[in-house]
Design a protein around this ligand. Structure first.
Ligand code: HEM
Ligand SMILES: [Cu+2]
Length: 550
């Protein structure tokens, strides 16, 4: 069991994460009904207000707080209890992020910031919305530096040793996050805030979007890497084996620092103002990410096979049936990984220049991120929640909870299959995303979209409703294991932190020489971004004033 103060810190993070999850999924439920024209909102509430809350609270807030809860627990477990300074800075970071979150949420709810979570200019929100977002980022930096400080202390005390895999992966994720945030901090501080408060008249739209996506793509890796951490260091323990290969795991992670940042233009393929050469270069770099992704996939299946054979599985696929399917901690993560197979394939489609033309800004994209962040990441976090919360509170995770956990992940799976399949198909037919209702004034071609078995008005709504029920079941499990379940008293009732052993004798030392990776990362960033960004500033078109379309 880790120190009580560290547990408290982790629990507060996870608590805020689930408050955001509760409100965010409620917005999701409203959206599916509004989009199908089954629900009319009162005049004081607007679709884009709800959609902004949904995107911000689920994609930014739920993920970030959960990730820090997980990091704090794992860093304390693998490097030892936090010292007073690390704790102090972690709490300061927590509160700064929380003040920012509250500010941004209040602005959204009061109708001052219906600009969606990507806050594209020239849509203009209240300046306080951007200040709130900036505080969220600064808060995560403070929390990140606290964790880095904890790691540095450990390294000093263990000269010449490689750090434990969990800590290594946490630091990798943090390095990537800090480099990535430079873009969003630059645009928010120097472009949005002066413009939104009226200190300057206009904004350079192309530049703001490019700086946003410089951050926006690694943002998805900030969600994904903690899920990968669970796949690499938690799953093997649940299966009773060691990490497949320590050096492979570390190599995959550092490659993510390199190839997740200089690629933001793949979100801007339809934009004028960026020449084809730079788009092409960034698309090539985007595809490099397939290397660490497949390294991950192969080592996962290697782990499964090893474990299945150890349990007596025979033949080519006999090991598959020998996996611990009755353990919800494992099954949830396995389903999450399975969703990532179509999710990753869809990502290759989105990033391909020509295919992007077909799917850009359609419901396909919405289907895509619900089977990447909305399930592989979110369901991995659900699987972690089942043991993380009882581990931190010292409460039991009873048989009944285990059953409810299964119902929860099964319903999420069914709901997501229905909703995301329907979204993918609607997108291919041409239905746009980010619209309240899409019948194009009852135009026959638009109405035809809704004739399909999977694309009719009912499927997405049924899917969304099942998802919402699943979310509420998860909230129930969280509340029970956080506050109400009986305390574990017998040794056997205590929930453990399932951290797998990892053999690092053969791991090359240079993998933990951060300056190499930071150096290559910056070199790639400069190659991919310096000239096009310079062009956007030097040949800036007339800026745009702000618009409030809601
Ligand atoms: C109850 C479960 C959920 C339901 C019913 C739901 C439903 C929806 C729908 C219908 C949209 C599309 C709206 C539009 O383009 O007009 C949407 C957008 C979105 N959802 Fe979800 N969702 C759920 C869970 C999640 C989760 C768990 C995440 C991430 C962790 C997530 C992230 C997003 C994001 C980032 C958007 C895009 C917002 C934007 O376009 O600005 N959703 N969701
Ligand atoms: Cu991207």
């Amino acid at each position: 069991m880790i120190a009580a103060q560290d547990r408290k810190l982790a629990l507060w993070n996870i608590g805020v994460a689930y408050i955001a999850f509760l409100i965010g999924t409620l917005c999701g439920l409203l959206q599916v009904f509004i989009r199908n024209d089954a629900l009319q909102l009162p005049s004081w509430l607007d679709y884009y207000q709800i959609l902004t809350a949904h995107g911000v609270l689920l994609a930014l807030i739920f993920t970030t707080y959960f990730i820090f809860g997980f990091f704090v627990t794992g860093m304390s477990k693998s490097l030892g209890s936090f010292g007073p300074k690390v704790l102090l800075y972690s709490w300061i970071g927590f509160w700064v992020t929380t003040i920012g979150t509250v500010m941004a949420t209040v602005m959204i709810i009061s109708g001052e910031a219906s600009v969606l979570y990507t806050f594209y200019a020239p849509l203009k929100a209240s300046g306080w919305y951007y200040v709130g977002l900036a505080l969220v980022i600064v808060g995560t930096w403070i929390s990140s530096f606290a964790l880095v400080g904890h790691y540095v202390v450990w390294r000093k005390a263990h000269k010449g040793e490689l750090s434990p895999l969990f800590a290594f992966m946490t630091i990798t994720t943090i390095i990537m996050w800090i480099i990535a945030c430079l873009g969003v901090v630059a645009t928010v501080l120097f472009q949005y805030i002066p413009w939104a408060f009226g200190w300057v008249e206009t904004i350079n739209v192309e530049l703001s979007r490019s700086l946003f996506w410089y951050f926006g793509h690694p943002l998805v890796y900030f969600w994904l890497l903690p899920a990968y951490m669970a796949w690499y260091v938690i799953v093997p323990k649940l299966l009773g084996v060691k990490v497949f290969s320590d050096s492979l795991a570390r190599l995959a992670f550092v490659l993510f620092i390199l190839f997740s940042i200089p690629v933001g233009f793949h979100h801007q393929l339809t934009e004028p103002g960026i020449s084809n050469f730079w788009k092409f270069l960034q698309v090539v770099l985007t595809f490099m990410v397939i290397i660490p992704s497949l390294l991950t996939a192969f080592s996962m299946f290697g782990t499964f096979e090893r474990a299945g054979r150890k349990n007596g599985g025979q033949g080519l696929f006999g090991w598959f049936t020998k996996l611990p399917w009755k353990d919800v901690r494992f099954t949830s993560i396995f389903v999450a990984m399975a969703f990532f197979i179509p999710g990753g394939a869809g990502g290759i489609i989105n990033a391909s220049f020509q295919l992007n033309e077909v799917v850009h800004n359609t419901m396909w994209i919405v289907g895509h991120f619900h089977i990447t962040v909305g399930t592989p990441v979110a369901m991995t976090f659900m699987g972690l929640t089942f043991w993380l919360v009882p581990y931190l509170t010292g409460r039991k995770f009873s048989k009944v909870m285990q059953k409810l956990g299964f119902i929860q992940i099964i319903t999420w799976t069914i709901g997501m299959l229905l909703m995301s399949t329907s979204q993918h198909i609607l997108g291919l037919l041409g239905a746009p995303r980010r619209t309240a209702y899409t019948g194009y004034n009852n135009h026959p071609s638009a109405l035809e979209w809704f004739d399909g078995i999977l694309t009719n008005h009912v499927t997405m709504a049924v899917g969304g409703s099942i998802l919402f029920l699943s979310a509420m079941l998860l909230i129930y499990i969280v509340v029970m294991t956080m506050f109400l379940s009986p305390k574990a008293e017998l040794e056997a009732d205590f929930v453990e932190f399932p951290l797998a052993d990892s053999d690092k004798e053969h791991t090359p030392k240079f993998l933990e020489n951060w300056w190499i990776w930071i150096g290559i990362a910056f070199a790639l960033i400069i190659i991919a971004y310096a000239i096009p960004l310079y062009g956007m500033i030097h040949h800036a078109p007339p800026g745009s004033e702000g618009f409030k379309t809601w």
